[in-house]
Design a protein around this ligand. Structure first.
Ligand code: SAM
Length: 284
């Protein structure tokens, strides 16, 4: 057998990887994407000095493979994001939700917002820019934006918040000037989030399929372009958990190709494009 064929991902190894990825993260790997998965994981096989995907699947199936599993999930996740992605949600947030949040702040209530599956942090910082722009003294209230993701690499990137210019496309010029500091990184301009943004947003590693340690309920949850990688069974397990994590007057935004099927049965009313709010007036 040539070295090249050993480094190919065969059907049996694909099945092992797909089964473990599903169990650990909910990610659904389809056979049609086998060559993409092979190329994403080949560098892990090389980095570990293993001679084949067979050795790799042996490792991740064993007790010694826990550390590698985090690298594997990180390599398998799709982390594409943009500032102000799906702008209509930020418009709804600004015009319909922020006024109510401002009232809560002025009444001394806590305001909590969650970017679930936050990738490199663009979603959380976009939310922060809207808040800071509408409520310049927002830092004087009890307001927190939490970004979480299963992938430790994106969480680290989001915390650093140094964005090469090519990733800043969606940020309007005046917001870029107001909230980011420009510097040079090699040949490219870099924009680093300023203190006002950093003070509002924090990031943590969290697998949405695991327990959620957050004690407070959220006013708004952005969980966009995340559940699309999950099967219906996994999605259906998540909806009641999101409902339970929302305040009675809260809102949840999903990505453009995601839906809560039979949302009323779950307890959500539609309140805009891929926007939902709890159906009942539960007390918080
Ligand atoms: C395509 S990005 C979406 C980023 C952002 N929400 C947006 O819409 O631009 C999907 C993110 O979901 C994360 N993710 C996938 N499975 C997850 C899980 N089980 N728990 C938490 N995050 C997960 C990935 O690591 C990735 O960063």
């Amino acid at each position: 057998m040539s070295v090249g064929s050993k480094m190919d991902l065969n059907a049996a190894d694909f099945d092992v990887i797909a089964k473990i990825a599903y169990r650990e993260s909910g990610l659904q790997l389809v056979k049609e994407k086998s060559s993409m998965i092979q190329s994403r994981l080949r560098h892990r096989v090389n980095a570990l000095g293993l001679e084949s995907f067979g050795s790799y699947t042996n490792l991740i199936s064993s007790d010694n493979g826990r550390t590698e599993l985090r690298h594997m999930i990180s390599a398998l996740t799709t982390n594409v994001s943009h500032f102000f992605r799906e702008k209509h949600h930020f418009d709804i947030f600004e015009t319909k939700i922020v006024p109510g949040l401002r009232e809560k702040m002025k009444n001394g209530e806590k305001v909590r917002i969650w970017s679930a599956g936050c990738s490199n942090g663009q979603e959380g910082y976009s939310i922060a820019m809207v808040l800071l722009n509408k409520i310049p003294d927002v830092a004087s209230f009890d307001v927190k934006i939490l970004g979480t993701d299963i992938d430790p690499n994106v969480v680290e990137f989001a915390r650093k918040a140094d964005y090469p210019e090519r990733l800043t496309d969606g940020i309007p010029e005046e917001l870029l000037k107001k909230f980011f500091a420009r510097s040079q990184a090699g040949t490219e301009n870099q924009f680093s989030a300023g203190d006002a943004l950093r003070e509002l947003v924090s990031f943590k590693e969290l697998n949405l399929l695991a327990d959620w340690p957050m004690k407070q309920k959220f006013d708004v949850i952005f969980c966009r372009n995340v559940v699309i990688y999950f099967d219906l069974e996994t999605q259906n397990k998540l909806w009641p958990r999101f409902l339970g994590a929302l305040k009675a007057d809260g809102h949840i935004f999903l990505g453009h190709s995601e839906r809560i099927i039979d949302n009323e049965a779950v307890g959500f009313l539609t309140d805009g494009p891929t926007t939902y709010r709890p159906k009942t007036n539960r007390t918080n």
